[in-house]
Write a protein that binds this ligand. Sequence first.
Ligand code: ZN
Ligand code: ZN
Length: 398
Amino acid sequence: MNSQLLKKAFALEDQLIEWRRDFHMYPEVGFKEFRTSKKVLDELNRLNIETTSGIAGTGVTGLIRGGQKEKTIALRADMDALPITEENNVPYRSKNKGVMHACGHDAHTSMLLGAATILSGLKGSLKGNVKLIFQPAEEVPEGGASTLIQEGVLKKPKVNAIVGLHVVPRFPSGVVAIKEGVVTAATDKLEIRIIGKSGHAARPYEGVDSIVVASQVIGSIQAMITRRTDALDPKIVSIGRIYGGEAHNVIAKEVTMSGTIRTFSKEARQIVQELIRKTCQSIAQSMGAKADVNIDQGNPPQINHPGLFKVLRSALPESLGKKGVLDYKTPSLGGEDFALYSEKVPGFFFLLGCGVNKERSSRPLHSSHFDFDEAILPVGVAAMACCAISLTKSGDLI
Ligand SMILES: [Zn+2]
Ligand SMILES: [Zn+2]
């Protein structure tokens, strides 16, 4: 491995920017990436890469068959945009009103096309196959990754390991940030319905006040987190919406609340869900009310595989230079559906800094002002290609 990859990637810079701006100008939301996936398919066909399209609707895969087909390493990019109106005044501003690539998936898609270009050129010397996964709908609950997995994206040929990346403004532009173990949180959606009994507000004992029950539930959930679970395995439960009652002088029959649960381990995820159910049921019961608790299982935590981390911890600096790779310690409280692949096969998810250096790059993800320095694109390409090459020859580590 050497800096040749970075040179090859920088040679593609103009093309990468052209792709990125094209995707950026015509963003499409989850499962509606029709134009995007058609363009991806056209580019893969142009590179003479074997393709499959129409999986999970708009998903596209490419397969680069290496010389010795011992292993298949998958590289994944997400393609969807967000329902946000872009406020940047740039020549490549979104032309689809109310839709914007505000999470950098335009960068991810372009970079994977760039990696495909390099890897298809190195096909003869690859020690295994590389599967390129262009995924729809990362931003949509029960989105692209779960559907692709159900439709067999990790089979035929069997995928031995998978790699993905995300651009993030919190790291300097062009720096690859890596971490062993947990990198993103589990994100589960919580819905609680408290059912009481309506009555006159002057005689609450004739009814069952669902608002008082709900207020106890909210306080008890927060107390339960700090008093009944291990503080060294962090957990967050936030109630973001509450609705109940109809008039100031009527005891509210029903309160509904919804929120999010963030955890970093399977154990924490399970225990929090269990304690929330018990807390709601026991408080409701003690007050003469009923509680319905519904938890939608979202993304699991992304936990980077130790074997993959070991290989890539040494390979990435060889390709990108020592200063190009940074070890970081704090996982993100955000979620990623890439974690669903990692539940099935060893996975490695890394970050590519796109901020700090320049004012316009320090705008947060999911904001109507998000933008990044396009000079990061070749770095992401070299990093993805490096991951594929190193892992195809990584022996028994995975
Ligand atoms: Zn996002
Ligand atoms: Zn994203």
